[in-house]
Design a protein around this ligand. Sequence first.
Ligand SMILES: Cc1ncc(COP(=O)(O)O)c(C=O)c1O
Length: 412
Amino acid sequence: MTATATPALDVERLRKDFPILSQRVRGKPLVYLDNAATSQKPRAVIDAVTRFYSAENANIHRGVHYLSERATLAYDAVRAQVAAFINAAAPSEIVFTRGTTEGINLVANSWARGALRPGDEILLTGMEHHSNIVPWQLVAAQTGAVVRAVPLTDTGELDLNAFDQLLTDRTRLLAVVHLSNALGTINPVRWMIARARERGIVTLVDGAQSAPHLPIDVQALDCDFFAFSGHKVLGPTGVGVLYGRSSLLTAMPPWQGGGDMIETVTLERSTWAAPPARFEAGTPMIAEVIGLGAALAYVESVGRVAIGAWEEELLAYATEQVGEVEGVRLVGTAREKASVLSFVVDGVHPHDVGAVLDDEGVAIRAGHHCAQPVMQRFGVPATARASFAFYNTRAEVGTLVRGLRRVRSVFA
Ligand SMILES: Cc1ncc(COP(=O)(O)O)c(C=O)c1O
């Protein structure tokens, strides 16, 4: 700790903002450690969505009436808010999507389908979520491009020497996860993007896990695309963000057609609206976008630096405590990590670990975490994963550890 320590979070007070956290499950206080799957929602978000439907609901961009104008203003204001949250150069670089998955599919279908030629290479890593693998496999099959992946070290870091070798004149796209949902590794994306850009390679960052836990500055990262999901950053489900560098978005064709994304339509042909409208066909998720705005405002009010500092402390504590439980092996021990603790318990299937913990009121995830190549790399069918948010406490880590001791005794 330095003299200029970041302000401490009043976690107990913040927890009161999240109605769900005071619940009991299976007769025990809920210990929610599945934040990488989805975060819980503060009252401010729940209220914003309820208020919208109770008092403001109307379709946007089309009406001349009061409610429609109000809904349109509220929706567009969130675009500017998101741009500020990730330091985009302009709100027009923010496309609302259904989530990270849709953002990546948008880039695959709009940019990549037009840009890639047979033999071109798409460079991923061995720790991608399926949503940053499968869309590229689909587009590779359509274009003749080839998918390659940077291998992982035994600690769950990227092999950066291999990365340098895989980055060649054939590489057209680097698509990399910022913070791994399966391992917790924070990748050196800024450095990787700089290497890629030296060769004129387009870059995409999967920020599904980093947006909730790390400060994001897309201009400092210098990435071309950055995708994240609202529901992992305290917002509603069904809404996400794709940041796109404006020079690229402007040159990209639409990937879905319909209302709101056109300039003119005749029965013979249509012309497209400018981005971001070009990529938002049809009625968007208006209430969800407004809820996302409330979520980001809430995060800012708590303070991202303070959030990061507390989560770092909590992860270090959990790593030490869980690591001391006999028979537990951590999967993913990178030097730079955030939020995620993946582990296996000797002789016990992760699903059984999850079931015993659930009985104690502890919600973790067990499975392949939509990252099967990571499981293959580490030779396990699945892991158990505890993932933290700033509203988690040391006492909850204690409950997790006691639960793991119980797992050991049940399956001894
Ligand atoms: C690293 C990563 N990328 C992408 C996704 C997909 O996000 P969504 O399902 O919200 O589209 C997830 C979800 O868990 C993730 O953890």
